[in-house]
Design a protein around this ligand. Structure first.
Ligand code: IPE
Ligand code: IPE
Ligand code: MG
Length: 229
C-alpha cells in the first residue's frame, strides 16, 4: 500500500488492565508509533496517517487532554533527529488552531525542519474530525461561489477533495484500527471510501512492527474492485 492510515485505539484499556492510569497507556503508545514508522519505512509505504487526537477527544477530562498534549510536545521535541535520519516528512491535519500555542509552535518547527524529506510522509491527525473537515471544504467552495470565482457546476469530486486538509495526499489504501472496535469515529470519512479495513484486536500499546506487516499481508490478499469488476 502507498498510504496506510491507523486509528490508534485502546491505550486506556491497556493501562486499565495493568492497574495503571490512562496516561501511562498513552505514554506506552508512543513506542508503537516508533514501531509503525520503522515498519512503513521498511515496506516502502509513502504515507502514514495516524489518528492521534480527535475533535471529540476534547470532551475528555482536562487532565487527560493535558497529558496527551504533553506527550505530543515530547514527541515533537524528541523525534526530530529520528525523522531526519529516516528521511521522514511531518505533516498535520485537523483543527491545529485549537492546540495550545506552545504545541503549535513545536509542530510548525518540526514540519519546517522535515519539509524536504522524501521517503515517507507522516501525517498526524490532531484535533481532527472528518465532518468538520468536510464542512470547512463546503464552506470554502460556497464562499468562492458566492464571490463568483467558481460556478456551482464546477464543483466535482476533484475540486472538493482539493479543499480538504488532505489535498495532494492519495487516499488511504489500508485503514487499520486497533483494540477490536468496529467503527471509524469521525476519521477521514471522505478519503476512506474505498480503503481496505483491517481490525486488529490488540490494544495500541501492544502493536509492533510485525502486526503492521500482518495487516499489510492481509491487505495484499484482498481483491480491490472499486465498484467495477
Ligand atoms: C486511543 O486510546 C488514544 C486516543 C484516543 C487519544 P484511548 O484513549 O481511546 O483508549 P481506550 O479506547 O479508552 O482504551
Ligand atoms: C478514535 O478513538 C480517536 C483516536 C484514536 C485519536 P476514540 O477512542 O476517541 O473513539 P471512540 O470514542 O471509541 O469512538
Ligand atoms: Mg478509544
Amino acid at each position: 500500500p502507498k498510504h496506510v492510515a491507523i486509528i490508534m485505539d485502546g491505550n486506556g484499556r491497556w493501562a486499565k488492565d495493568r492497574g495503571l492510569p490512562r496516561r501511562e497507556g498513552h505514554r506506552a503508545g508512543a513506542e508503537s508509533v516508533r514501531e509503525v514508522v520503522d515498519a512503513c519505512k521498511e515496506l516502502g509505504v509513502e504515507y502514514l496517517t495516524l489518528y492521534a487526537f480527535s475533535s471529540e477527544n476534547w470532551n475528555r477530562p482536562e487532565a487527560e487532554v493535558k497529558a496527551l498534549m504533553a506527550l505530543l510536545d515530547r514527541f515533537l521535541d524528541e523525534r526530530g533527529k529520528d525523522l531526519m535520519r529516516q528521511d521522514v516528512k511531518l505533516e498535520a491535519i485537523g483543527q491545529i488552531e485549537r492546540l495550545p500555542a506552545s504545541t503549535r509552535k513545536r509542530l510548525e518547527k518540526l514540519k519546517e525542519k522535515t519539509a524536504n524529506n522524501k521517503s515517507l510522509t507522516l501525517v498526524l491527525a490532531l484535533s481532527y474530525g472528518a465532518r468538520e473537515e468536510i464542512v470547512a471544504a463546503a464552506r470554502s467552495l460556497a464562499t468562492d461561489a458566492a464571490a463568483g470565482t467558481i460556478k456551482p457546476e464546477d464543483i466535482d469530486c476533484t475540486l472538493f477533495a482539493s479543499r480538504l486538509s488532505t489535498a495532494g495526499i492519495p487516499d488511504p489504501d489500508l485503514l487499520v484500527r486497533t483494540s477490536g472496535e468496529l467503527r471509524v469515529s469521525n476519521f477521514l470519512l471522505w478519503q476512506i471510501s474505498y480503503s481496505e479495513i483491517v481490525i486488529v484486536k490488540k490494544f495500541w500499546p501492544e502493536f509492533r512492527q510485525g502486526d503492521l506487516f500482518e495487516a499489510v499481508a492481509e491487505y495484499t490478499r484482498r481483491h480491490r474492485r472499486f465498484g467495477a469488476l
